[in-house]
Write a protein of this length. Structure first.
Length: 383
């Protein structure tokens, strides 16, 4: 059982409720996601879809509206199954797809069917066997079929890692889970309650992002890992956020290696853009990219250690690496620079005085990372 499943089961939660009172907005967001992934919504019409880890089924609704033919759902969480059944029962459309709900993990699901689309959103990036699962899902694609999965990396996780770090300092004396949720909600609600397009409650966000142990999983599956995983039988179709440009000539059909290398290089030169939402794109050289990533890796590792041990010595190490990171961002992005500076000041205050005053104002509403990235992979046609 992976850390997601353990945590949800232990706390008896599924903190992924979405506010879909404005259904049109919800569907527009889903349409826009797939557009960035190179899949116009019309492509789902009359198609056979497998959705893995559908949670409570909020995102599944979009496929109903896109008029898919059949949807098979694999979801191990019993609360999720209960909620999605309710949700689907309350959805009355002129034409409903055939729905097959399987209450199991994807590892337990063994059918021999092939699918036009396979969607696995929101969990593969931080479980140990992501690679095996993705290979298995690629195998289940029909001719020309498309798989969508989510990735993360230490750039995209950085802001949330810092939010977790500050939270874990503040809640270090609290042992009760609900009290932790309450305190963390207090830290963030001032800056988050008016966020445009936030479809989850702050409490659910705290449970799923600030307190969820899966975030600190040792293996994090990145876009680089996906590029390196696939072979010449597949195309990278798109990503959201959309980071790849492709200047190859469409008639060059034997250029798999060059294209993969080119995508890899683009990813490395652009991944620092995942640190903060809403910033203009910058492109940096590979040396600088590696330097930044090494610093972020150290910050990540020490932050994980701090969450386990709450030792001040670990904070001193984090401080040192944050100061290195600050230097790197001086000539890249002012808002990221200013964010790092705020965290440095907060850690310094704690190390000097033993407290963080004004903890409800450390974070600003713009402190949002581009936490998870989507990537779509298309199986080439066998003619
Ligand atoms: C963060 S939730 C995401 C839910 C939904 N896909 C979304 O994006 O809103 C992760 C989901 O993955 C499911 N999950 C975790 N491990 C799984 C596995 N091995 N097989 C199938 N589903 C899994 C969990 O039960 C949970 O519903």
């Amino acid at each position: 059982m992976n850390k997601f499943l353990n945590y949800y089961k232990e706390q008896n939660i599924l903190p992924i409720k979405q506010n879909i009172s404005n259904m049109e907005n919800h569907l527009r967001k889903r349409e826009n996601l797939y557009r960035q992934l190179g899949i116009p919504a019309i492509a789902f019409k009359d198609k056979n879809i497998l959705e893995v880890g559908a949670g409570s089924g909020y995102n599944t609704l979009a496929f109903f509206h896109f008029e898919c033919k059949k949807i098979t759902i694999v979801e191990p969480n019993k609360n999720g199954i209960k909620e999605m059944k309710q949700l689907f029962e309350n959805t009355k459309l002129f034409k409903m797809p055939e729905i097959d709900i399987q209450n199991k993990t994807i590892e337990e699901f063994n059918d021999n069917n092939k699918y036009d689309f396979i969607i696995a959103e929101g969990f593969l990036h931080s479980i140990d066997n992501a690679k095996d699962i993705i290979l298995n899902l690629l195998d289940k694609l029909d001719n020309g079929g498309i798989l969508v999965v989510t990735c993360m990396d230490y750039c995209s996780m950085f802001i949330e890692q810092m939010k977790r770090l500050v939270s874990s300092i503040i809640i270090s004396n609290i042992s009760d889970y609900n009290e932790k949720v309450k305190k963390c909600t207090e830290i963030f609600e001032g800056t988050m309650k008016n966020l445009k397009n936030m479809s989850r409650s702050i409490e659910d966000w705290v449970k799923d992002d600030i307190l969820n142990p899966a975030f600190n999983n040792d293996i994090i599956f990145t876009i680089k890992d996906v590029i390196e995983l696939i072979n010449n039988d597949y195309y990278i179709l798109g990503t959201s956020q959309n980071i790849f440009t492709d200047f190859s000539w469409y008639k060059d059909i034997d250029n798999f290696k060059e294209l993969s290398n080119n995508y890899l290089k683009q990813y490395l030169m652009k991944r620092h853009n995942f640190i903060m939402y809403g910033q203009e794109e910058t492109i940096i050289n590979l040396n600088k990219s590696n330097k930044i990533y090494n610093i972020l890796t150290n910050i990540r590792n020490f932050s994980k250690q701090y969450e386990e041990n709450n030792e001040n010595e670990i904070l001193e190490n984090i401080l040192k690496f944050l100061e290195d990171l600050l230097i790197e961002f001086k000539d890249i992005n002012n808002n990221i620079y200013e964010f790092i500076e705020r965290i440095i000041n907060c850690l310094k205050e704690f190390l000097e005085t033993g407290k963080i005053s004004n903890y409800k104002n450390i974070f600003k509403s713009g402190d949002i990372g581009r936490t998870q990235q989507y990537i779509s992979i298309q199986k080439k046609y066998r003619f």
